[in-house]
Design a protein around this ligand. Structure first.
Ligand SMILES: [Zn+2]
Length: 159
């Protein structure tokens, strides 16, 4: 998109106002004029020159542990590119995460429920990623023990 001065506008952020509406905000790098565009993700997406994460999707990424975030970013952006999308919304993030379906053995699921809530979602993501990386279709107790010992420094003996 072009500014009145002929320069291309630069997007600074895109917010998801609700499930169907996004607000894109940016400015002209030359004359510093600011702009805002409101519309659905599908309307804003074609206006972007590069990949932009919405604030909502970006916050999820920021809360991931530093060793997981770059992997998730790469995976989600790869998934978005496959769809021809440049705007990474919360919906795309969720879609991408559900793409590689990993099952949990009942025993592994029960164990995850005992993990403190603060680290539970991060443990789930890490375990599913590890399973996918190894071509496993199921998270097992053995895998949990291994990942726990490796990343969380906890003893693997409390079976
Ligand atoms: Zn301008």
């Amino acid at each position: 998109m072009q500014c009145g001065c002929g320069q291309c506008w630069e997007w600074t952020e895109v917010e998801e106002i609700d499930d169907t509406t996004c607000l894109g905000i940016g400015a002209c790098p030359i004359c510093l004029a600011r702009f805002g565009v409101e519309g659905g993700a599908k309307e804003i997406d074609p206006l972007l020159e590069k990949i932009i994460w919405t604030d909502e999707a970006g916050h999820i990424l920021e809360r991931l542990p530093p060793y997981v975030a770059p992997l998730v970013r790469e995976e989600v952006e790869g998934y978005a590119q496959g769809k021809g999308a440049r705007l990474i919304t919360f919906a795309i993030l969720t879609e991408s995460k559900n793409r590689g379906t990993v099952f949990w053995s009942p025993e592994a699921e029960r164990r995850l429920e005992r993990v403190p809530a603060a680290v539970q979602s991060m443990a789930r993501i890490e375990l599913e990623r590890t399973a996918i990386d190894r071509g496993m279709s199921e998270v097992t107790v053995a895998l949990m023990e291994e990942v726990k010992a490796r990343y969380f420094g906890m003893g693997a003996a409390q079976a």
